[in-house]
Design a protein around this ligand. Structure first.
Ligand SMILES: Nc1nc2c(c(=O)[nH]1)N[C@H]1C(S)=C(S)[C@@H](COP(=O)(O)OP(=O)(O)OC[C@H]3O[C@@H](n4cnc5c(=O)[nH]c(N)nc54)[C@H](O)[C@@H]3O)O[C@H]1N2
Ligand SMILES: Nc1nc2c(c(=O)[nH]1)N[C@H]1C(S)=C(S)[C@@H](COP(=O)(O)OP(=O)(O)OC[C@H]3O[C@@H](n4cnc5c(=O)[nH]c(N)nc54)[C@H](O)[C@@H]3O)O[C@H]1N2
Ligand code: SF4
Ligand SMILES: [Mo]
Length: 889
């Protein structure tokens, strides 16, 4: 019998269980039917996990000063530099910058090393950029960073309000659970989607509120007022279990519907529709994500939402509650170990002397941090001005993902000592490291992660690590030992770390703190190996059951008074304001098949086929005014930086706004690091940057030529004003453009394919001087190595068809030279359904020809949407709006 490994998807915070069969290196990945997050389903990224098991582009060996080194040499170097910096400049001069991508065990030792042994709380994490406003909002309202509800609540609710969440693309399995519940329950829950732009998630919304960016606090203040007015205050609950209602309502009172309408730009009728739904349905869940968190008023947005739930006592009960969905697979685990610079461990408070004493004793810590360390934005400022002189960056790519990313790059360049632990051989941050440490990747590493609903699951290693890659926890413990802290870091594996973490969570807890998993404090290595997923809290001595665990149903909160705290949230606009210089507001976020800054989800070629280029969404009226044509290029810039992106002209985008995805690093595009433009404005409470509202200027780029390239090998020389690379089956596709006319297209093509060094290759060219076009294919014997299409305007080629042809080894070079399929064949178009390989034109043709009206009928006719289902919202959108889809990106 084949062994099945049960593990967890490494991508988003839904935390889906994954089953892997891995006989002889041909892994088969499927959803774990028994895992309570996904019950067997996987989205397109999870389903492509077998493709990321490649060792291509992996960092295989430690490097010191750019040269391969042994682990001992590299670790000695890290420890020596850290020790010397601490001795010379104090513990505050060193820092760790870590990540919600780490396993809890890695995170635990990193936090322990800094806060208990180095004696500085200078450890912060990319989660600062992700959900620290939710943490701060929870702490203000609940007295602890507690997510009150569970996933079932979304299915059981009458109304689900999505705020700043593109659930369909970013938490696809939770979205699918919601869709399935609606199908089963005849359209319940009703769904309201609150987002300045229409997204894939808008397709299932009964009501879309395209509010002005940053105006959520006004909207929810107005809601609080209307709830009170409509008599929806739960008087008993508010009186017995909360405080601060009067102050919060006092602030909300002035937010009349008219005033809210003016602030949010929403029509009064839509506003009343929303308020009426919220008033009418007691079972309401408000799901929120980065449109809420990544704001200079992020914490207030969270509390404005929570206020409405406290007033109506819609919390802790089935089908009710505010629900912060976490992005990273282990954002929650990081919170549990205290990975943020202002937290301790096990949800203990760094600012609380009794908590510090407790942890000091438990860790037998020689140098306990006494005060919070630098939060991410402050940390890179401190690196820049020399207060921090040595930094170790683990599992995050700040040169792309931080705001003011060019400043961050400059700071790291200046920093005397930079260590980067990563799985990838090349990253924009790794390029600046003196020491590079190769880490284990998914499928190799072993430990636990916690999902958005407080469910702890095992990630299990089932593959040998390539080269000398090692677990992050091990590298951290090895440095700790070299710094003289052997006793505190003598762990022999993740199980030992997990036991210590679990024990600390129960230490003198007695129900005073939400996070308690002390039931697992004594589990054996074998039990850890077999550990099934469980939801916390799980205190010692209490039988563990599978019932959903909710907080606050009893009205007991973790504040000093034990009451839930209303917060008076006065409205303030975005920190960045548009003006004549920068008249557009830049919103940034995610696309369905890309993962953060690691394009193509770390090497899965399927996932580059959905959207292959960095782009900017612009409203048609704005684009027309700026003279930007569909598939043309747009320069988006401000005083901090500039990017060049492919224009996507769409009504989904409000006027005055531009949306760009965050996924393209310099490894994949010439100039698409949107982080470089983001102002480092932060929320005053959480320190989370405002990544969704930066004033920018947008203008048309007028290239002298455009080109589209297919290549077996990644070209080494892409010396061009614009280029974007994407993996395809059998090679790469590249879009290029240049501002200066090409003196000789033939020479340019030869350079792209490196032909001077490969005289055995043939180049068959077609030139039309009148039209200004040039096409050629490169072959070696009968094997096709590449093709290039050059034109004075955006290249009009059937890209999806070309990619398909290129993947076939028997492809006819001459047929490819035509750039489009023969008459009888249709270009399938941009891939909408990756699982079944169905393009947009195939779907549109089927809709027109067979007069299809439902997603299911499209599925039956074309197969689209019948795999993982992640593309169903887009099929829905094509049904509603069968306009031609740009094939360009
Ligand atoms: N495919 C994919 N999935 C992912 C990720 C990925 O990279 N790719 N990353 C994961 C991570 S780390 C995270 S944190 C999550 C993020 O998940 P989401 O938060 O759902 O994703 P985003 O696209 O960042 O932002 C969500 C929406 O907020 C909207 N928004 C912008 N400003 C405002 C505003 O002022 N008010 C409101 N109400 N909305 C606003 C944006 O238009 C956007 O559609 O996704 C996770 N899942
Ligand atoms: N403008 C703008 N900026 C944003 C956002 C936005 O919406 N807009 N979103 C923010 C959010 S929510 C987030 S979460 C961040 C994400 O941004 P980053 O934190 O930069 O995340 P990744 O791109 O996933 O980078 C993770 C790195 O860790 C490596 N890695 C993966 N697994 C491991 C491992 O196990 N060990 C080690 N050592 N390395 C590993 C990967 O190869 C990759 O280089 O970006 C933030 N920045
Ligand atoms: S929903 Fe998230 S956790 Fe689940 S398979 Fe998709 S990316 Fe992985
Ligand atoms: Mo995130």
């Amino acid at each position: 019998m084949r062994e099945t490994i049960r593990t967890t998807c490494p991508y988003c915070g839904v935390g889906c269980g994954v089953s892997v069969e891995d006989p002889g290196g041909a892994a088969r990945v499927s959803g774990d039917a028994n895992h309570p997050a996904n019950f067997g389903r996987l989205c397109v990224k999870g389903a492509a996990l077998a493709q990321v098991l490649t060792h291509e582009e992996r960092l295989l060996h430690p490097q010191v000063d750019g040269a391969r080194a042994g682990w001992d040499e590299a670790l000695d170097r890290v420890a020596e530099n850290f020790r010397k910096t601490i001795v010379d400049h104090g513990p505050g001069s060193v820092a760790l910058y870590v990540s919600g991508q780490l396993l809890t065990e890695d995170y635990y030792v990193a936090n322990k090393l800094m806060k208990g042994f180095v004696g500085s709380a200078n450890i912060d994490t990319n989660s600062r950029l992700c959900m620290s406003s939710s943490v701060a909002g929870h702490k203000r309202a609940f007295g602890a960073d507690t997510v009150p509800g569970v996933y079932e609540d979304l299915e059981e609710a009458q109304l689900v309000v999505l705020v700043g969440s593109n659930l369909a693309w970013c938490h696809p399995i939770l979205y699918q659970r919601l869709v399935a519940a609606r199908e089963k329950r005849g359209g319940w829950p009703r769904i309201v989607n609150i987002d300045p732009r229409r997204t894939a998630t808008s397709e299932i919304a009964d009501l879309q509120l395209s509010l002005a960016p940053g105006s959520d606090v006004a909207l929810f203040n107005g809601l609080l007022r209307e709830l009170q007015k409509a008599g929806k205050r739960d008087k008993k609950f508010v009186a017995a279990h909360t405080q601060g209602a009067t102050e919060a309502l006092g602030v909300a009172r002035k937010w009349t519907p008219e005033k809210v309408a003016a602030q949010t730009g929403l029509p009064l009728a839509e506003l009343h529709q929303f308020y009426d739904l919220f008033i009418q349905y007691d079972k309401t869940v408000t799901v929120y994500s980065q449109g809420v968190n990544q704001s200079s008023a992020g914490t207030d947005k969270v509390n404005a939402i929570v206020n409405c739930h406290l007033l109506t006592a819609r919390i802790g009960k089935p089908g009710c509650g505010p629900f912060s969905v976490t992005g990273q697979n282990n954002a929650m685990g990081g919170r549990e170990v205290g990975g943020l610079a202002n937290m301790l461990a096990a949800h203990l408070e760094l600012g609380n002397p009794a908590h510090r004493a407790l942890v000091r004793k438990f860790w037998n810590a020689p140098h306990m941090a006494e005060k919070p360390g630098f939060k991410a934005v402050e940390l890179f400022q401190a690196i820049d001005d020399g207060r921090v002189k040595a930094v170790w960056i683990v599992a995050t790519n700040p040169v792309d993902s931080m705001p003011d990313a060019d400043f961050v790059r400059g700071a790291l360049k200046k920093c005397p000592f930079v260590v980067v632990s990563d799985v990838a051989a090349h990253s924009d941050t790794g390029a600046l490291a003196q020491v590079l440490l190769p880490a284990q990747a998914w499928g190799e590493k072993d430990g636990t992660v916690t999902n958005s609903e407080r469910r702890i699951s095992r990630q299990r290693g089932f593959r040998e690590s390539p080269g000398e890659a090692r677990a992050d926890w091990r590298a951290i413990c090895d440095v700790a030992k070299r710094l003289g802290f052997s006793e505190g870091f003598a762990f022999d594996g993740p199980a030992a770390i997990f036991r210590e973490h679990a024990a600390l969570s129960g230490l003198e807890n007695y129900g005073a703190r939400d996070f308690d998993i002390s039931a697992f404090a004594k589990i054996s290595d074998a039990e850890y190996l077999a550990l099934a997923s469980f939801q916390w809290p799980c205190p010692a001595g209490v039988a563990i059951d599978e019932k959903p665990k909710r907080f606050f149903a009893d009205g007991k909160f973790f504040t000093d008074s034990g009451r839930g705290q209303f917060v008076a949230t006065d409205f303030r606009g975005t920190a960045g304001r548009t003006d004549a210089q920068n008249p557009f507001l830049l919103n940034t976020g995610r696309v369905r098949d890309q993962w953060r800054t690691t394009m193509g989800a770390g090497g899965a070629q399927n996932l580059s086929q959905h959207i292959a280029e960095p782009y900017a969404e612009l409203n048609p009226l704005d684009a027309a005014r700026l003279g930007i044509e569909p598939a043309g290029l747009a320069r988006v810039w401000n005083e901090r930086g500039a990017v060049i992106l492919r224009a996507q002209i769409t009504e989904r985008q409000r006027r005055g706004g531009v949306f760009a995805p965050i996924h393209w690093s310099e490894q994949f595009a010439s100039k698409a690091r949107v982080g470089a433009l983001i102002a480092p404005h932060v929320d005053p409470v959480s320190g989370q940057p405002e990544s969704k509202a930066t004033p920018v200027c947008v203008e048309a780029v007028h290239p002298a030529f455009y080109a589209f390239v297919l290549a077996r090998k990644k070209p080494e020389n892409l010396d061009c004003d614009y280029w974007a690379l994407a993996r395809i089956e059998g090679g790469w596709r590249i879009d290029l453009a240049g501002l200066k006319a090409l003196p000789d297209a033939d020479v340019f093509a030869r350079k792209i394919f490196g032909l001077d060094a490969a005289p055995e290759c043939d180049l068959v060219a077609m030139r039309d001087d009148k039209a200004g076009t040039f096409r050629c294919v490169v072959t070696r014997k009968d094997e096709m190595l590449g093709a290039i299409f050059i034109a004075p305007g955006p290249v009009d080629a059937a890209r999806a068809w070309l990619c398909e042809q290129f993947a076939r080894s028997e492809a006819d070079p001459k047929a490819l030279l035509a750039g489009r399929p023969p008459l009888a064949t249709r270009d399938p178009g941009r891939k909408i359904c990756v699982c079944l390989n169905v393009g947009a034109y195939t779907i549109l043709d089927a809709i027109a020809l067979k007069k299809l009206t439902s997603v299911d009928s499209v599925g039956a006719a074309t197969g689209a949407g019948t795999g993982c289902g992640s593309c169903k919202p887009e099929i829905e959108s094509l049904l509603k709006n069968p306009a031609p889809v740009s094939n360009q990106c």
